[in-house]
Design a protein around this ligand. Structure first.
Ligand code: R7I
Ligand code: MG
Ligand code: MG
Ligand code: MG
Length: 313
């Protein structure tokens, strides 16, 4: 039987991939009704993931290769991300990220390339947050996770908000991964720890909104309050809320994220990573994993990274 660390690492990566793939057909919709989602869930078609998972796997392999070294090397990572885009450019990449990758491949240093988009201040899209979850697997604590996340983010997202979104998601992933699924999640403590690590006031107020929305709020109401678009500040908080609504049920967290509409692949991917990092991969519906592209390779990569989780130290 797989170790608990391995089961949780598999949950983190497979939860991210399956959320992305299930949410992808609905990306950009104002909202998604239950019947549409049920049709997607019952289909026998392969579940294809998008750029979110493609780049999550790049970062996961980067971290696995760097065992015994500084966990994130910006120069190496920038090239690896850009080459993945060139290999499969049809996965649905954001326009800002495509611009950065083109320049990096043409030889422009990432520090310069990442600042060219959006009138010179760089992207505050959610593209750094959407790929960041594997950072949790090599972090020593929530603050460390946030630091490594910012390092991994800056190579494409020069804007502070793009980096803070990644820091928040990585910190949440670390806390979810290190939580004990046998006892109920302490949501107050979880949000308190996130707020302690992510100090920027804009993000603090989003976390306060998340706290107030836990419980009864519908996905569409939550989206109207928190936002659901492809910017970091209007997507990572909704993913954290989806997790806090259903911390022990990855399928429900993913459904909640998709039904909120907007950037459905990305928000469902982030929510899936958080939830299944807590529960372990066995809580993801097996019929979803059976349809998921490359599921067994993703599981193998998770096993490799699992030997670096804090629980095995
Ligand atoms: O961040 P990024 O890679 O996008 C990820 C998204 C996810 O939904 C993926 O599933 C994929 O579909 O793309 O790419 P960016 O283009 O840098 O950022 C995403 C979007 O955020 C942009 O297309 C803009 O709509 C918005 N955005 C900004 N808008 C105005 N000003 C990001 N930065 C800015 C900005 O500075
Ligand atoms: Mg995508
Ligand atoms: Mg370095
Ligand atoms: Mg998306």
């Amino acid at each position: 039987t797989p170790s608990p660390a391995s089961t949780k690492a598999r949950g983190l990566l497979l939860g991210a991939a399956v959320g992305d793939a299930l949410g992808a057909p609905f990306e950009g919709r104002h909202s998604v009704d239950g019947a549409q989602l049920v049709r997607q869930e019952r289909s026998a078609e392969a579940l294809r993931y998008t750029d979110d998972t493609a780049l999550t796997l790049v970062l996961a392999r980067h971290l696995a290769e760097r065992r015994g070294m500084v966990a994130v090397d910006e120069d190496t990572l920038a090239g690896q991300l850009a080459r993945e885009w060139r290999r499969e450019p049809w996965r649905g990449y954001g326009a800002g990220s495509r611009e950065v990758f083109e320049r990096v491949l043409a030889g422009t240093p990432w520090a310069e390339a990442s600042k060219v988009s959006f009138a010179g201040h760089g992207s505050y899209g959610n593209g750094a947050a959407m790929r960041v979850a594997p950072i949790a697997l090599v972090s020593a604590g929530p603050t460390h996770a946030a630091e490594l996340a910012r390092k991994s983010a800056v190579v494409t997202h020069a804007h502070r908000h793009g980096q803070e979104g990644a820091a928040l998601q990585a910190c949440a992933a670390f806390l979810a991964l290190s939580s004990d699924p046998a006892s109920p999640l302490n949501r107050e403590a979880f949000l308190g720890r996130l707020g302690h690590t992510i100090e920027h006031t804009e993000w603090q107020s989003r976390l306060d909104q998340v706290r107030r929305l836990i419980g009864t709020s519908s996905p569409t109401f939550a989206a109207s309050q928190l936002g659901n678009d492809a910017t970091a500040v209007a997507s990572v908080p909704l993913a954290v809320l989806a997790f806090l609504q259903y911390p022990d049920r990855p399928a429900e967290a993913i459904r909640y994220a998709i039904r909120a509409g907007g950037d459905t692949d990305t928000i469902a991917s982030m929510a899936g990573a958080l939830t299944a990092a807590r529960t372990g991969a066995q809580a993801i519906p097996p019929e979803w994993l059976a349809r998921l592209e490359s599921a067994s390779d993703i599981g193998d990569l998770a096993d490799t990274l699992a030997t670096r989780t804090p629980s095995s130290r």
